[in-house]
Design a binder for this molecule. Sequence first.
Ligand code: GLA
Length: 384
Amino acid sequence: MLSALVTRAIQAYKAQFGESPSIVVRAPGRVNIIGEHTDYNDGFVLPMAIEREIIIALKPRSDDYVVIYSSDYDQVTQFSPSELVRVEDSLEIWAEYVKGVAWSLSDANDPLVGWDGAIAGDVPIGAGLSSSAAIELATARAFATASNFHWDGPVMARLCQRAENEWIGVKSGIMDQMISATGKAGHAVLIDCRSLDTRPVPLPENTVIAIMDTATRRELVTSAYNERREQCEAAAAFFGVPALRDVDLRTFEAREHELEPVIRRRARHVITENDRTLQAADAMSNGDAVRLGMLMNASHTSMRDDFEITNSALNTMVSLALEQPGCFGARMTGGGFGGCAVALVASEHASAFTENMNTLYQAAAGLTPSIFVTNATDGANIIV
Ligand code: GLA
């Protein structure tokens, strides 16, 4: 059975182009269970792909033109990958992601085959669930299918990251694109952000992952993000290594007093978070929900006190979650400064958890949250 979202994309295609699409592709958003701001330090992350995704219904064309309709924005855009122009502050920001991927792929591949397409999605925007990686990977899947080129998840993730970094101008790491490309149903994926090796690890039995959107969004996230990157680079330079991945806790502790306090705190977060992420993957492999929950809690504290990327809404959400029966652990997830937190909850308590959290957060923060449970899904693939 096709999901409502897939049906919406197919209907939008039919309405726009007067015929049926021949292919339908999807790519998921993600939630990161642990390993925050470690990806651009060449470290480890442990995200999973979620049941929120971008769908593209399409049909290859006989030329290289791409004509694409967004059912969410009710906008059409068209371009040829051979003559792309970037639009600054575009009112069709979704289209810049599609164009950015076309630019990055055409730079790396033989000429691309064009397509007509309709796009529909349900990944909340700006919430820290990687709606941008989802649109990038769905676009890459559409081009790969239309042009019949080989799909290699990590290679595609790198090309989409290049679109994000150079076309969109956001200097994000590789985590979001990697998990949207290589997610595995029922599993989180331990990703080594240096080698791009992946190890799927099953979610502990009888637990669920709950996503808790604080309904806060912060402006100027990009500058705060870039500032954190620079501080991490300064710390790596101090230790004389290419990235903080190469500094272990012992080495850090032996010399941390020589570092300026802010840089010291930033480095401490990244170095301890890498360690927690590896431990979390082992805890998951052993089905140890209690240990995994403790590591998630320690990660939140580190992001609150050392990396300083939480806001009061995220701290409130996490504190409330930890008071609920059956909650093993909770932390903010994603880039920070707003957006979502994530919790590991015993399955038998899941529905009471979401209900209580809705009421309690609303009363405490005066904002209406969105709290939902999600399974882990596969990465970008072809549905039809
Ligand atoms: C954003 C970036 C990712 C990663 C996270 C923080 O989501 O896109 O590359 O750096 O922040 O872990």
